[in-house]
Design a protein around this ligand. Structure first.
Ligand SMILES: Nc1ncnc2c1ncn2[C@@H]1O[C@H](COP(=O)(O)OP(=O)(O)O)[C@@H](O)[C@H]1O
Ligand SMILES: [Mg+2]
Length: 299
């Protein structure tokens, strides 16, 4: 084998390759242009969960649409498993969950996934077995014959994930899959994404909810006003600060004073003493059950 080229050491193309991507939109009548994506370059390796983060309007969805070939770039380009995004073949290996999908609400979950399966060229027993597999995977087997219009927000996102998975793509692009979903639903979505990663899928996920992403992603990139402002491993960006914190039961003031004195005798300083707090999300997740409320009446 020759020297590692742009395709990486093993000769495997990256799952996603974005190079110098720019997208301008025309706004207003005076030929005014808005730069939604501003010279973004990034690489997503096969098998990783990659988080594209940024506030509303930072260019996440536009980047995804460029990647899927739904929009034409102003400059630069992108490729999926080495195939340029403009080409139809680039789409074959991608499952896409759009931001706020608007599914036809009179279809049942099963009919919806069947519809997308047919669009992807599946038919017959192959489609039927894949349909049952993905519906079970997303935990909607008990509700799959209900109309999508009766689904909760969390269930809609899960049937959307089933739809994205039906043709067994290697790459999943999930645009804000937990937006508007309650904490229990978000935790379920996170578990599903990790299960997909365990099956070898590559996942690109966008979010403005940073806490959720932190637990899920191997690497993240942060966009601001269309530009890439940070990129790296979560552990590297959000990890160790080079400082230590301790947790103990509550101590009486004299013991804290003794601890402080002991540290000072060694030339150190006790810099912070504060009651440890639980995050509200943790409390919510301990007290609120999962599952039945989504599928009740669906069996
Ligand atoms: N089709 C469009 N026409 C004009 N402006 C657009 C269009 N799509 C997105 N924008 C603008 O581009 C910027 C980035 O939008 P978007 O990619 O949807 O951001 P995000 O997904 O990060 O919230 C925003 O200012 C948005 O208003
Ligand atoms: Mg968006």
């Amino acid at each position: 084998m020759g020297a590692p080229g742009p395709e990486g050491a093993a000769g495997v193309p990256p799952a996603i390759e974005i190079r110098g991507l720019v997208k301008d939109f025309a706004v207003g009548l005076r030929g005014l242009r808005l730069r939604a994506v501003d010279h973004v370059s990034l690489t997503v390796r096969p098998g990783e969960v990659f988080g594209l983060l940024g506030p509303n309007g930072s260019g996440k969805s536009t980047t995804i649409k460029l990647l899927l070939g739904l929009l034409e770039p102003t400059a630069g380009g992108c490729a999926i498993f080495g195939v340029p995004s403009g080409r139809v073949e680039a789409r074959r290996d991608v499952g896409y969950l759009p931001e706020a999908p608007n599914f036809y609400r009179f279809l049942t979950g099963r009919e919806l996934v069947t519809f997308y399966g047919r669009l992807c060229g599946l038919a017959g027993s192959g489609l039927r077995s894949k349909l049952e597999e993905v519906v079970a995977l997303v935990g909607l087997a008990g509700a799959a014959d209900r109309r999508v219009g009766t689904y909760s927000k969390g269930m809609l996102q899960r049937i959307g994930l089933a739809q994205a998975l039906v043709h067994d793509p290697r790459l999943l692009i999930l645009d804000e899959p937990t937006a508007g979903v309650d904490p229990v639903g978000s935790a379920e979505m996170a578990e599903l994404i990790l299960a997909l990663k365990a099956r070898g899928k590559t996942v690109l996920i966008t979010s403005h909810l940073l806490g959720q992403i932190e637990e899920l992603c191997d690497r993240v990139a942060i966009l601001d006003r269309g530009g890439l402002v940070a990129e790296g491993e979560v552990a590297e960006l959000a990890g160790a600060t080079g400082r230590l914190s301790f947790e103990t039961e509550v101590l009486p003031p004299e013991e804290i004073a003794a601890l402080r004195a002991w540290l000072e005798s060694r030339g150190r300083r006790l810099e912070a003493v504060a009651p440890a707090r639980r995050r509200l999300e943790e409390v919510f997740r301990t007290h609120v059950g999962r599952g039945p409320r989504d599928t009740e009446g669906g069996r």
